[in-house]
Design a binder for this molecule. Structure first.
Ligand code: C5J
Length: 223
């Protein structure tokens, strides 16, 4: 049997190791994506993140059909903010801090409506949901243990935002020995320049910390 390969991945074809690949969906939360939410209140155009939902819905369906492990993450904090470093809490516009009341409940607080994942991408039974207090998905979470237990060595990485939580996660995953393919139309940034350069940074220098391809190349390789 031929190894399924994402042939047009940059900087080189990405051979998928059967049974060893997980789809990581980073922080597709209402607080970041919905009009009226935290992301928009910071002056961002949430339409730039919402355009990820369609392609990611298709990729999620393909991953589910292929029986691939799916891991969703959510950035957020305990209601008493005990897991939020003061330096993180203090940053940004003081009228809109983490824990403040927002349009969809307290901003980035676990259990609040805005903290949860958008309806289109809601996790289903059997999928892993990792709550993370930081930008990276490994810091202060069980992600490494989950991936090791499942024999995962390759990650298809998606979600928001490209230059923050996606980059932080991919850089650390690369250091931990995972081969990461970032799916370009399934990651999003509020800043078009960051989106473009953020993707270029990943695959530059011969794939300094990963590969990049879009869903038109990745989905057929999962079939
Ligand atoms: C940010 C994230 N941008 N999920 N979070 O604060 O990228």
């Amino acid at each position: 049997m031929n190894t399924p390969t994402v042939s047009s991945a940059r900087p080189s074809p990405f051979p998928l190791t059967p049974g060893a690949t997980a789809l990581i969906v980073i922080d597709m939360q209402r607080d970041f994506l919905l009009p009226g939410g935290f992301g928009e209140s910071l002056g961002n155009d949430v339409a730039l993140l919402q355009q990820v939902v369609g392609p990611l819905t298709d990729l999620l369906a393909a991953a589910r059909a292929a029986g691939i492990l799916v891991v969703h993450t959510r950035e957020g904090h305990e209601p008493d903010l005990s897991d939020c470093p003061p330096a993180k809490l203090a940053r940004g516009n003081p009228s809109q801090r983490i824990g403040d009341p927002g349009a969809f409940g307290r901003i980035l607080i676990r259990g609040e409506y805005g903290h949860d994942i958008v309806d289109e991408l809601a996790p289903i039974d059997g999928e892993v949901v990792i709550d993370k207090p930081g930008k990276g998905a490994f810091y202060a979470t069980s992600l490494q243990d989950v991936l090791v237990a499942e024999g995962i060595t390759q990650l298809l990485v998606t979600g928001v935002t490209t230059e923050v939580c996606v980059h932080t996660t991919v850089r650390e995953a690369n250091d931990r020995g995972y081969e990461c393919l970032v799916v370009s139309d399934c990651v999003g940034s509020y800043f078009p320049d960051f989106q473009k350069i953020g993707l270029e940074m990943i695959s530059a220098q011969g794939g300094i910390f990963g590969w990049v391809a879009d869903t038109s190349a990745v989905i057929p390789a999962l079939a």
